[in-house]
Ligand binder design. Sequence first.
Ligand code: NAD
Ligand code: UD1
Length: 336
Amino acid sequence: MKILVTGGTGYIGSHTAVELQNKGYEVLILDNLSNSTADVADKIGLITGKKPDFENVDLCDKASLHGYFRKNKDIEAVIHFAAFKAVGESVEKPLMYYMNNVTGMINLLDEMLKNNIANIVYSSSCTVYGEADKLPVSEESPVKKAESPYGFTKQIGEQMLTDISKVNDFHSVILRYFNPAGAHDSSLIGELPSGIPNNLVPYITQTAIGKREVLTVNGNDYDTPDGTNIRDYIHVVDLAKAHISALERMLSKKSEEKSEIFNLGTGRGNSVMEVINAFEEATGIKVNYRIGPRRSGDVVSIYSDTERANKILGWKAERDLKNMMLTSWNWQKAIN
Ligand code: NAD
Ligand code: UD1
């Protein structure tokens, strides 16, 4: 069965491509390499024994995308990862984000409808919940006004899918990721932040290896036990496996609604200091950090209610924070 993975040479997409191939699916990757490199397809091949079909196509290039779908028949479903994802950058360059994430997705959905491809798994984010009123956040928690253009593009993506489902034979699974971390055990694939990382875990590993001088903890005066922000970190391999569960539920027509939503987290919240400590324990390496001011736009705490994903998808995150730190560190050493 052929599955198209957009953004499949990226961080989460590449891990998902591995899990798909391990399960016997034929993977087609489409990516414009704006935030990844073509050799990731070779690495997926090294891990699984089969290099997935890869093509450099930009979702915003309507003509190329049309040609791609004309050439590649019998695609059963799409897993849509391709998007820009840096929150701060989206505030600086909103149109770039609306153009890429929204226009790209419109073009993709248009081709899917024209080619009678009726199944999609979509990468959304816990950012849609904003500062939640109640923790943990369940899928019923209200979607708040977006804090950034990036967050808004994720909300628009969700809305487009539910709107399309109302008037077409079209099925979607919307997955709201909490904080992905970690890398594949082979250290052949992982997260490749371009430039100075915004996210905590790559900043920790780059500091530990000496690429960055000091990690700034963004505030320790929040209303949390140690004063630092709390997030739900989830191993990227666990996350990748959830995509297979979601896909299989949809393809076996078990979905109760044409558009279903699942939170993907561990259900555990960890503070920034706990993440640093877990890294130090897992690797035996001290992280040079200092306490800095709060980062604007950060929510105080968020973690996931995992019941729906556990029960309905039959999926549960298995790896702990230490494993995330260890695999991230092994990956950092491999790419240095
Ligand atoms: P990533 O940047 O590693 O992967 C995205 C891939 O999409 C990249 O390989 C990039 O080259 C490609 N791409 C971007 N725009 C494209 C376009 N117009 N046409 C074709 N390819 C394009 O990011 P990731 O961390 O793997 O994230 C994957 C998805 O998950 C994104 O939609 C992101 O918004 C979402 N998400 C990520 C996180 C996170 O913390 N990593 C959290 C929540 C949601
Ligand atoms: C952010 C986005 C989220 C997006 C995700 C992936 C917000 C509110 N959320 O998640 O929508 O899906 O990135 O791009 O922007 N931290 C430090 N020092 C650092 C880096 C981070 O202390 O150098 C802290 C942050 O302040 C935060 C925590 O670590 O408290 C996690 O930060 P980060 O990895 O950037 O993820 P989020 O902000 O949770």
